[in-house]
Structures are given as C-alpha cells and as structure tokens.
Design a protein. Structure first.
Length: 370
C-alpha cells in the first residue's frame, strides 16, 4: 500500500475518532486499504452518513473482540455488510460469511455508502442516476475464479500488482452500469455480468482493465509528481481542440495505462499459446479492440506543458512499449476491425460478424500463431 495513502487514512481516522486508532493494528495495511474507509471520508462532502458509521466499518478489524454495533450499515435490501466480519440482518444475525477467491474478496451485498457510485453512464453523461441492479455473484463465481487463476499462473507480475491495489469486487446484473473503479472507493471493482457475455476472457479483460485503474491511482496518488497541471480538472478538448473528447486529462492518461496493461498481458497469453478454441478467438478480438483505443488523444498534448519529467517518462514508456506490442500483431487490425465497436466488446456480438468457424479454420492452419 502507498505509504502516503496509508498515512492520509490514519490521519483522517485520528481526526474523526482517535479512539478507533487505539483499537486497530497500525501496521496492518489491509485495515487502512479498506474501500469503505475511502467511501466514508469521501461521503463527508455530501453529509449523508453520521460519524457512528465509521466505527461500524472498522469494527471487524479491532484487535479485541467487541459487541457488534450495527445501525447505519443496512443497505436497500436490509442487509448490513461489516468488513472482515460478514453480512447481517436487522436482528444482527449472521446471514453470510466473507468470501475470498484467490485473495480477492467477492462482495455479496453493497454497503449503503457504495450505492451512489452505481449509475448508468454513456460517453460522459449520466443517463440514469438511480438504476436498479441485483448482485448475481453466485452465477459467475466459478468463471471469476478461473480468470483469477489464469492471471496468477501466467501473469504473476501483474497479479502481484493487482492484489496490492485491488481488494474487493461487486458483481451485478445491469449491463448499463459500465464496469468501473473510483478513487473514492479505492480498491473496489464493479462488474456487470450477462448470461452470454461473462466468459473467462471477459473477466480476464476486466480484471486487467479495471484493476489497472486502481494500480495507477496508487502510483499517481501524489499527482504533482506526474503533472504540472490540475489534470483531473482540465478537459482534454480544451487542450487538443477536439470537441468529441469529453475526458479530463487524468482520465485520458488512465486510458493509456489501462490499454497498455491489456496489451502487455494479452501478449503474454499469445506468446505462450495458452488459450485454445473460443477462448483464443475471444482473446484475439479483445486484443484487436485495443488498436482503436491506443493513442486516442494524449499524444496530441504538449507533453512538456502537461507532465513533469517523471510523468512524461512514464507516458513515453507506455506509448513505446504499447506500439511495439501492437506492431507484433498488426495483421489483426484488418482481420478483426473493431474501430466502430461500442464502448466494450461483448463476445456474443463479436461472433456474429467474426465467426468462430472461420477463425477455427485459419487457426488450424497456424495463421494465428505469433
């Protein structure tokens, strides 16, 4: 855990309720990387939760066992999620235990602090601020586990980075709530799932993509180390004069980083020829999908005006390595032209115009061996 980040959380805890720190192990990174702590302190600007909520959040991490306190943690389903403890009904009876898969906790019910972060969103605009959704983790837990094991076995360096920055995942059933992370709930992943699209490769892609957002939040926690400007509050269109670009500079930089991480991991999978059949077909589609996501505007910026030397060096490194990987797979750009695809690739739609049968025939001839 980023030491500056840890110190910031401890200071905020001390200011809010100093007695809580006395009941916690200060050296325990897991406690101070709890996503609900970030959500609680970010909720202060909305004045929506009383101070007692903080004790409810951290009580599962207390050194000494104390009587359970639950009053403000019940969500819209009447269930209270207490981190490191479990899920409770209004009679304080344990309904469900904590579930971890390969080091990542699967959140079965959201804490009410998290509800405000789930909204339907399209190209820079909130289309529905209060959507309906239900957790459906039970349907997809096996597929998630397979994806995590794949990352752990074949991309151990990334998996180590991933677990350092990503603590929990919430899986739900509304595909209009696009997959996301938020620095305000740092360490949480939010994934939608559908019956047809939620394949192993879907989870692999999103664990890399969204997981990399949380990794970069840690790396760039002190943004002044990387940017000369106020990157989160500077719009790309104001600097590039491209009216279509609704992103802020910090978000666009995140795009560069997350595309590179996908390219890096997909390259490993293809070079080791790990995946076969439909998994390989989908992998090629997802790699091809990165061609139109790479160099989408940051390269147009005056790098010396936007970045510090450290930030510029990181950007140029990502750009150079990403270009090298894409050149290795350049024939896929026309083979699987996805430049007009929507916000994310959904495999059942991909198969309609890039048929599995055609892929299989060419793959058997060694066409997709790199």
């Amino acid at each position: 855990m980023n030491n500056m980040l840890k110190n910031t959380i401890q200071i905020l805890l001390y200011k809010e309720n100093s007695s809580l720190l006395e009941r916690l192990i200060l050296e325990n990174d897991r406690t101070f990387s709890e996503p609900l702590l970030f959500a609680y302190f970010n909720s202060k600007k909305h004045n929506s939760f009383p101070k007692e909520t903080l004790e409810e959040i951290v009580q599962g991490y207390f050194v000494e066992r104390e009587p359970l306190k639950i009053k403000f943690s019940y969500n819209k389903n009447g269930i209270a999620y207490i981190p490191n403890k479990g899920y409770y009904n209004r009679d304080n009876e344990l309904l469900e235990p904590i579930l971890e898969v390969e080091g990542l906790e699967v959140v079965k019910e959201l804490h009410p602090l998290m509800h405000r972060y789930l909204f339907e969103y399209y190209k820079g605009h909130i289309t529905n601020p209060t959507p309906s959704y239900e957790t459906n983790w039970k349907m997809h837990i096996d597929t998630l586990e397979k994806a995590l094991i794949l990352l752990k076995k074949h991309m151990p360096d990334y998996f180590k980075e991933f677990l350092a920055a990503n603590k929990k995942i919430f899986i739900h059933d509304n595909p209009k709530i696009l997959n996301f992370t938020s620095i305000e709930t740092l360490g949480m992943l939010y994934f939608y799932t559908t019956q047809n699209s939620s394949t192993v490769m879907y989870f692999v892609e999103e664990l890399i993509h969204q997981g990399a957002h949380n990794i970069l939040y840690h790396i760039t926690f002190d943004k002044k180390e990387f940017f000369k400007i106020d990157a989160p509050n500077t719009m790309m269109r104001d600097l590039t004069k491209k009216d279509w670009d609704y992103r802020d500079v910090y978000g666009a930089f995140h795009g560069v980083y997350t595309v590179f991480k996908r390219l890096e991991c997909y390259d490993i999978l293809l070079q080791q020829n790990i995946l076969k059949g439909k998994d390989k077909h989908e992998l090629l589609g997802r790699l091809s999908d990165q061609f139109h996501r790479f160099r989408t505007g940051v390269e147009l910026l005056n790098l010396d005006e936007v970045f510090t030397e450290k930030g510029k060096a990181l950007y140029l490194k990502l750009d150079k390595k990403g270009t090298e990987i894409m050149s290795k797979y350049s024939k896929l750009k026309n083979e699987f032209d996805l430049s007009k695809s929507e916000l994310d690739l959904r495999y059942e739609q991909f198969c309609k115009y890039k048929t599995y049968e055609n892929f299989l025939q060419k793959d058997q001839q060694g066409y997709y061996n790199f």
